[in-house]
Design a protein around this ligand. Structure first.
Ligand SMILES: Cc1cc2nc3c(=O)[nH]c(=O)nc-3n(C[C@H](O)[C@H](O)[C@H](O)COP(=O)(O)O)c2cc1C
Length: 260
């Protein structure tokens, strides 16, 4: 197997780190690789904030749904979808007057622009993850950065046309983490379709979740609690408080973008 595929097949999220700093050289390589990621229109619609301040990390460990390991990560990068930089440049370039002269109204960044910028930021983030992995540095995404928008906006001075789409923690894995088994994935036939989308039948859906059900319900009885994976995931993920907060927070970000 070639070394790139080997790296991709063996990556796993790392949430416990050795007390060992990441050198400036390694940080530089990770960020250099991230900036080589594909980017829509070549515009680089993202910013990367290196979060080095210990107090800020400690705050994030609370505001991102109470995940203490964030505070212990030797390197934390915040990937921000960013149309502010281009919008400011449009304004500096006289685009508004240019549009007027041509009889059109200049528009500001909208939802589609935001999604495109999120694609850019996430692809850069995943490229950083893989670059880090190649250097023996583990990582973990923190999706909960989308919660508590008002707090994070203030913490990082985020202007209107930005969106903190993901936080990534980096660090050398502890030996226990390094030995941890890979997590399972659903079978390919439920995820990859030919030429068009295909809704799964009831039977296929049952098959898809069989292994996950066996793992989740092997160890403990859950009397009165969830009886299957759907109920379990709804309770702990989709319907959980953090998910409700994430949706509130994202609505606030969208409203700020959409405001006339
Ligand atoms: C968008 C995104 C958000 C995530 N958010 C978190 C998080 O907040 N906390 C955490 O511990 N892991 C988080 N993860 C890591 C996933 O839990 C992990 O990728 C998944 O369980 C599969 O495990 P693996 O990465 O080890 O293969 C996130 C992953 C992604 C892609």
């Amino acid at each position: 197997m070639n070394p790139t595929l080997e790296l991709l097949y063996n990556r796993k999220s790392v949430r416990a780190y050795e007390d060992r700093p990441i050198s400036a050289a390694a940080r530089g390589e990770i960020i250099k690789a991230a900036m080589r990621a594909p980017t829509a229109g070549g515009l680089m619609l993202y910013s990367i904030i290196e979060v080095d301040d210990a107090q800020a990390k400690a705050r994030l460990a609370v505001t991102c749904d109470h995940q203490p390991f964030i505070a212990t990560a030797p390197m934390v990068l915040l990937f921000v979808a960013d149309y502010q930089r281009w919008y400011d440049y449009f304004m500096a370039c006289g685009v508004e007057e240019y549009c007027q002269r041509r009889g059109t109204a200049m528009r500001g960044p909208e939802e589609g622009d935001l999604f495109l910028a999120c694609c850019d930021a996430l692809i850069a983030a995943q490229t950083a993850v893989i670059a880090a992995e190649s250097l023996g540095i583990g990582s973990c995404y923190i999706g909960d950065i989308m919660e508590n928008y008002e707090i994070h906006r203030e913490l990082f001075d985020l202007p209107r046309y930005t969106f903190p789409i993901c936080l990534v923690c980096f660090g050398y894995p502890t030996s226990q983490q390094a030995q941890r088994k890979l997590t399972e994935r659903f079978d390919r036939r439920f995820i990859v379709f030919q030429d068009r989308y295909r809704r799964l039948s009831g039977r296929e859906t049952e098959e898809m979740f069989q292994a996950m059900h066996a793992r989740a319900f092997a160890a403990e009885e859950r009397p009165g609690g969830p009886a299957n994976v759907g109920q379990l995931v709804y309770e702990h993920k989709f319907g959980a408080d953090f998910a409700l907060e994430m949706n509130r927070s994202v609505r606030a970000i969208l409203a700020a973008w959409a405001k006339q």
